[in-house]
Every structure is written in C-alpha cells, then in structure tokens.
Design a protein around this ligand. Structure first.
Ligand code: AMP
Length: 424
C-alpha cells in the first residue's frame, strides 16, 4: 500500500524550490539590512510554553496545536508559532543581560491543525522578527517599515497591498474594554456560534476575529479598542502614526483587528494582499510588552511580526519567477559520456575533479544507450558533452563537443578544467 503525505503537509517539489530559495534569500537579506540576526529554536517545545505564552483560550492553542506526550509522559508540542520560542530562548540565554534591543529573526516550519485550504496548511513556513527590549513606538514603525521593505524587494506593488492597523492597549485598559465587549455581545449570545459563546466567557476579544458570518455581523458595530486606551497607550499610538506618516507608509485603521494570540498589547497590524481572497494576510504582528515577564523573564517589552512563506509564494506565483531564481538552479554545464563500461572509472574521476573545480557537471546512471544519453545531455541544457572513448583515454584525452554548434575537439584530461573554464 502506498503511504501518502499527511493532509495539509505538502511536499515542496524541485520545480518549486528555486522560488522558495529566492524568497528565503531575499527575506534573510532584508532582515540583515535592518540589523536582525538569525536565531534557530527547536521545532518541539514543552506544550505549556504556548498555553502560557500564546494563551489557553486562543484557537491556536485550544484547537490547533499538535500536542503529544514523550516516552516519559512530558507534554510536548510542535510549535504553532515562534514568538514564544524566541522569547523563551531570550530569557534562557540571558540575552536581556546584553543590554540594548535584541533584534532576532527566524525562518522555519510551524504546525497548526487547521482546515487545509489555499494559503492555509497544517505545516507551513513562517519568517519573522522579534525586537525585544524597547517601548519606543519608533521601533514599531521600524518593524512595519521592514515588512513593507520585504514586499518591495520581492517586487510586489504597493497598490496591491494594504496595512491593517489597530491598538488594543495595555493590560490596564483591557478589563474595561473586555467589559464593554461583553455588554455588546451578551444580548446576542444565542445567535453567536458555540465557540463564540465560550469566548464570551473566556475572552470576548476573540469574538472579533471569528470567521462565522453571523458573529461577524454582530461584531460589526462592537466597541473599538482605540476608544478604551489609557493616556500612555493613546500617546504611544499617536506617535506611531506620526512615524508611519513620516515614512510615507499608508495604513487602514481596523478596529476589529485583535489578532489570534493573547500576548499582544498596544500596536497590532497585518499586511494584506488584495490578490489573495479570504486568506489575505501576508504577515501579522504587533507589540507584546507582557510576554517576557509572563514566561518568567524580567519585565521587557517587545514587538515583531510573522509572515507565511506559502502566501508570499502564492502572490509571487502569479508572475514570472524572477531571473534571480534561476541562479539557484544548477543544471549541468558539462555532461560526461563514457562510451563503454570500461571508461566509467575514469568518468567518475573526471566528474569529481570538475565538480571540485566548481563546474556543474553530471552523467547518466540509468544505464541507457550512448544515443539516449546524448539526447539526455542535450535536454539537460549542458553546453558541452565529453566523450570518453577507450582510444582517446589511452592517449590521455577526451573528445569535447559543443552541444550548440556541434564543434568537436580533443582535450588532454589534465587540461580539462582550464579548457572548460576558458569556454566560460
Ligand atoms: P499568525 O502567527 O497567526 O499571526 O500568522 C502570521 C502569518 O502566518 C499569517 O499572516 C499567514 O501569512 C501565515 N499563516 C498563519 N497560519 C497559516 C497557515 N495555517 N498556513 C499558511 N500560512 C499561515
């Protein structure tokens, strides 16, 4: 019986990987230009990291997390996101003691048991940044600017994108806002979906990002978090808007944007594409000023975002892959054709030599006839075929054929590298 891949966990095939590698390289370079350094945390963490960090009542933890006991019964989870892991590592390795702002980035697979659809998978890949150690709204602006810069580098037009922005205030503002939301939703309790009826008790903010149409309709004229901000949060948001204006970065205020993770405070944002339909968020982020403390570190503010590589690939996929992609595909430049079995050892030796000299080269291992192999060489896009015949080899030479012009010449084995490099 055939064993198939797990639903929602797709393979990324060789014809797709050049685009992935290109996007990953662009994202890494953008992060480095903005002063972020990579951190690599494990894919498996203790489950409680996410229930404490992301929040027990969130869909991500409550419904979507892959949780399993290890052989000693310790409850582990496949990471559903990386902010909690990065903050755990930040605390565990005392990165706060180094002073200044820790600017960290990551790239890698995440796991959520969601209903698979276009742009929504169970294994997906996120790129993201975390800037930990400053309350300055200029840092929020920098992080948002970085998000835009990534899109620019990838050649996505600004008009095709938009930034949703909101401030959800601090823990001091939250009880008043939560109460106002509860008052708004309680009269509609019966019409809310079963999940939102639970959310009404646990955390009514979560109702705002429910996707069920009736819940969305009831949420339409719900109280707005920006009307419940304390003076400090209001000033912080005002300053951020000033910086965004100064940077020429447009935004749309979205009072319903609360984001699906409990750790957010103050600024929350999403950069969305007008070309993507229902799952339009390319990336999302915001401030999490209480998270470091909640995970056992000293009170330390932070801000960051995470984006989905699958969605970026989707929006880029509608266009021609950029030329830069093709730098990452190494078809062979040179194709070796040992004429008989006897020449195979010499062919392997030459192949190893050419490759060590940085010349992409290959030969056929499928045991095909010389004619078939020559056809394969032409199809491979190689510029040059090297025939290794008994007679030539006994003279220490091979016959090189230019596959475009058909011209042939004999080249001493010892001079092959120079010869091929000279041909460029
Ligand atoms: P979140 O961690 O939920 O804030 O998501 C941040 C970004 O990750 C989203 O804007 C998407 O681009 C991407 N993303 C989240 N969940 C998925 C998923 N299941 N499949 C693909 N991309 C996802």
């Amino acid at each position: 019986m055939r064993v198939e891949a797990v639903r929602g966990m797709p393979d990324i095939l060789p014809e797709e990987t050049p685009l992935w590698q290109y996007v990953e390289a662009e994202v890494r370079e953008a992060f480095a230009i903005y002063g972020y350094r990579e951190i690599r945390t494990p894919i498996v963490e203790r489950a409680e990291l996410f229930s404490r960090g992301v929040g027990e009542a969130t869909d991500i933890v409550h419904k979507e997390m892959y949780v399993f006991p290890d052989k000693k019964g310790q409850l582990l989870a496949l990471r559903p996101e990386a902010t909690a892991s990065v903050v755990r590592a930040y605390i565990e390795h005392g990165l706060h003691a180094r002073g200044g702002v820790a600017k960290l980035y990551y790239l890698g697979p995440m796991f959520r048991y969601e209903k698979p659809q276009k742009g929504r998978k169970r294994q997906f890949h996120q790129y993201g940044v975390e800037a930990i150690g400053s309350l300055d709204p200029a840092l929020d602006a920098e992080v948002i600017d970085l998000a835009w810069y990534i899109m620019e580098r990838l050649g996505l037009r600004r008009e095709g994108l938009f930034l949703r922005l909101n401030s959800i205030g601090c823990p001091e503002d939250r009880p008043r806002y939560r109460e106002a939301l509860r008052e708004h939703f309680v009269p509609h309790r019966e019409r809310l979906c079963p999940d939102c009826q639970r959310r009404l008790e646990e955390n009514p903010l979560r109702i705002l990002d429910c996707k069920v149409p009736t819940c969305q309709e009831i949420a339409r004229d719900a109280p707005r978090s920006v009307d419940y901000l304390c003076e400090g949060c209001r000033a912080h948001f005002r300053e951020l808007l000033g910086y965004l204006d100064a940077l020429g970065l447009a935004y749309e205020m979205d009072p319903k944007l609360v984001r699906g993770l409990d750790y957010y405070t103050r600024t929350v944002f999403e950069l969305a594409s007008r070309d993507l339909g229902a799952q339009d968020a390319l990336l999302g982020g915001g401030r999490y000023d209480g998270l470091v403390e909640a995970l056992g570190g000293p009170p330390t503010p932070g801000v960051g975002f995470a984006g989905g590589l699958e969605r970026l690939i989707l929006v880029l996929g509608v266009r021609e892959p950029p030329d830069k992609c093709f730098r990452l595909i190494h078809g062979p430049d040179v194709y070796l054709l040992p004429v008989g079995e006897g020449e195979k050892i010499e062919a392997l030796r030459i192949l190893a030599q050419l490759r060590r000299a940085g010349i992409p080269s290959d030969m056929d291992y499928a045991g095909r006839s010389l004619r078939k192999r020559l056809q394969a060489a032409a199809r491979s896009g190689a510029r040059c075929a090297l025939f290794l015949g008994e007679e030539e080899l006994s003279r220490g030479e091979v016959k090189a054929r230019d596959l475009a012009s058909g011209e042939e010449e004999y080249v001493p084995v010892g001079e092959l590298v120079d010869y091929l490099k000279r041909r460029g």
